[in-house]
Write a protein of this length. Structure first.
Lengths: 334, 345
């Protein structure tokens, strides 16, 4: 089977295959034609499908998100690029007050089959307004499915699943997993089938089996955690790495079962610490497995500061392989 | 009378002929405007039941209530040339648009009462009305209607259909960025969109003179190469004239138009509004321009109807509203378990 480097190729291939299958899919957003939505998620689509179906919008997040709401109400399935998730502020009203709510508010009459693809994360010096993750904001508000692929294989299967879903799905693609030449790459080349396939949104996966502790991570953090797990292995500690792949719906059983098995839990997240993913997952685990936990649940996340620019500062706030390793050691040996 | 002199009988005959408006259509417009007025006044009186002293959470209709009495001509004038398959996206003040678009009156009333039989099973309420069968929706967020209607217009164009989408918004909403963004993109892409600004002079409590830097919003539309018309929103024929033109143009694929209708809400921004921002004299002046009476007088002058017939039409509207409200009151409240259903399809 062919090898693929990065989620961008996988996502754009998924969209392309679904566009061939479903003429109601249209792609819109800023720079989605020549630049493939900057982070490659729509690369090649313009050449194949032309400007009728791949549409550069003016820089108007509120308006193109609102247009997606109107388009979806008439049976189209818009794929909307939100170039950086950091730009959600400019379009969020149409997303959380309309796209996410219209199905519920209309008593089920209006569906919102919209797929939003957005680039997330730091680690390359883009600072406070271009390095955030913010998926917990979407996960907090009822109505979005929240997908965070960490591998090219998952990115393709989850994107196709999103394009066949009748609900708004937001796909958060980490910039350091895109595989694009102008960015660092922290993923691995992997086999990705050429033919279309789907992965159930809400079905997590165990990336590495282990028995001493469970480390839960998403997106880029999965890869950093796997590297930290190798370091822990050298110390004789066996870490299980669990990737939920989606926050909404969340594969709670997978997380709880692994926690019960190991009795020690570390949650690693690239979003802000407070009122976010780490707290929510920890709550759910303790509510079902408190008796089986040997230690209080531990967490790593961005410590409630904006992402700073300068390299040592940025490295100090985004969980690193070293930080995950240290926290894992503390949890088992400390 | 606000913008143009009241036409002489001879000119009125000419206007109606050139608009190709039949007697039946004119009577229907009169009926729909009456229905809206009766509905709004009927809802108002039910709304205050159990709210003395005033408490939004009390009584059988809870929450805020934004009524449209006085603005009937805009809704009926704009929606009369529309078909069932055309889209209307409305605002936080949506009842007149809903009724003019053909939303079922009983389901509408039941939704406002929060009943299981309501349009949205009681989950939407008065500011969040949806009826997919006539392609009507609205939003409680000011400025939200523009891009959603543009998206619908995009879908029509993409599918090669000759339907149109209408965005209603107030003159306050037209200060929102979405207004300009939508005008720009719909003009650029020649979308079959009609933007209707209902200028009722006040954004909540803020007079237009303190919120709009130009005299009118239609001037702003022109800057985006969108043909823009200012009409007398208290004159249903004037609104219809503009709407017909805009809708025909959009159906032909010639792009969007903007209609700005000068109108007035006879009631407050919301029920319970003390209306400190305007004088009683001003309200009385605008009430003298009542769009229903104006059309009625013209129909009598044209010999198309009689005072007696109009009274009967008014009575029929009152009866239909009475039945709708009775239906709403009789309907069961939703089961609490329904609250946890329907976030996802």
């Amino acid at each position: 089977m062919r090898k693929v480097k990065g989620i961008s190729f996988a996502i754009s291939e998924a969209i392309s295959q679904e566009m061939e299958r479903n003429e109601n899919i249209v792609v819109l957003g800023e720079d989605v034609t020549y630049w493939g939505a900057v982070f490659g998620f729509t690369m090649g689509l313009f050449n194949k499908f032309g400007r009728k179906r791949v549409i550069d919008t003016p820089i108007t997040e509120q308006t193109f998100m609102g247009m997606a709401v109107g388009m979806a109400s008439l049976g189209l399935h818009p794929v909307v690029s939100l170039m950086f998730v950091d730009f959600l502020g400019a379009g969020f009203d149409q997303m959380f007050n309309h796209m996410a709510k219209n199905h519920y508010m209309s008593g089920g009459q209006f569906t919102e089959p919209v797929t939003i693809i957005t680039a997330i994360g730091g680690g390359y010096g883009d600072a406070a307004q271009h390095s955030q993750v913010l998926y917990s904001l979407f996960a907090h508000l009822p109505g979005f499915k929240v997908v965070v692929p960490s591998t090219a294989y998952d990115a393709k299967g989850l994107t196709i699943a999103s394009l066949r879903d009748q609900n708004p799905v937001v796909i958060f693609g980490h910039k350091l997993l895109t595989g694009l030449p102008f960015l660092p790459y922290e993923g691995r080349e992997e086999e990705v089938p050429e033919e279309p396939y789907t992965i159930d949104i809400g079905k997590g996966v165990i990336r590495r089996e282990g028995k001493d502790l469970t480390i839960i991570a998403l997106g880029l953090m999965v890869h950093r955690t796997l590297r930290a797990a190798e370091m822990l292995e050298r110390e004789g500690i066996s870490a299980e790495v669990v990737d939920p792949r989606a926050l909404i719906p969340l594969d709670e059983d997978l997380l709880v079962n692994s926690s019960r098995k190991t009795g020690r839990v570390l949650i690693v997240d690239e979003d802000y610490m407070s009122y976010g993913v780490t707290g929510e997952i920890a709550f759910r685990i303790q509510s079902k497995a408190l008796g089986e936990l040997k230690k209080p649940i531990s967490r790593l996340a961005v410590p409630d500061v904006p992402i700073p620019f300068s390299e040592p500062l940025e490295k100090a706030v985004i969980p690193s392989v070293e930080a995950i390793y240290k926290e894992g050691m503390k949890l088992v040996r400390g | 009378m606000i913008l143009k002199p009241e036409p002489t009988l001879k000119d009125l005959v000419y206007i109606i002929d050139s608009l190709k408006l039949s007697k039946e259509k004119l009577i229907d417009m009169y009926y729909k405007m009456s229905l809206i007025r009766e509905f709004e006044e009927g809802i108002a009186s039910k709304y205050y039941e159990g709210k003395n002293p005033f408490n939004m959470a009390a009584g059988s209709i809870r929450g805020e209530m934004h009524l449209s009495s006085g603005q009937e001509a805009v809704a009926v004038g704009v929606c009369s040339p529309l078909s069932k398959g055309d889209v209307v996206v409305s605002t936080h003040r949506p009842h007149h648009h809903a009724i003019a678009k053909g939303v079922n009156l009983k389901s509408l009333a039941a939704e406002i009462f929060g009943k299981e039989t309501g349009l949205c099973k009681g989950k939407g309420g008065h500011m969040h009305l949806f009826d997919s069968s006539v392609r009507f929706s609205c939003s409680g967020i000011v400025g939200a209607s523009f891009p959603q209607a543009a998206g619908a217009a995009f879908a029509f164009k993409y599918k090669g259909l000759n339907n149109v989408a209408v965005a209603f918004a107030g003159e306050g909403a037209a200060n929102h960025g979405t207004f300009y963004e939508t005008l720009n993109v719909s003009s650029l892409w020649e979308l079959p969109l009609v933007v209707v600004i209902e200028d009722n002079m006040y954004a909540d409590s803020t007079p237009k003179s303190f919120s709009v830097s130009t005299t009118h919003h239609y001037q702003r539309g022109l800057g985006f190469n969108v043909p823009s018309i200012l009409v007398d929103g208290m004159d249903v024929l004037d609104v219809y004239w503009a709407s017909n033109k805009a809708i025909e143009r959009a159906r032909k694929g010639d792009g969007p138009m903007l209609i700005e209708a000068l109108t007035y809400r006879f009631r407050g921004h919301f029920e319970g509004d003390g209306q400190e921002y305007r004088t009683r004299e001003e309200v009385e002046l605008w009430r003298s321009l009542d769009p229903i009476n104006r059309l009625g007088k013209r129909l009598i002058a044209l010999g198309l109807t009689s005072q007696e017939e109009l009274r009967e039409i008014g009575e029929k509207a009152r009866e239909e509203v009475r039945e709708a409200i009775e239906y709403a009151e009789r309907s069961p409240l939703p089961d609490p378990s329904e609250a946890l259903r329907g976030v996802f399809k």
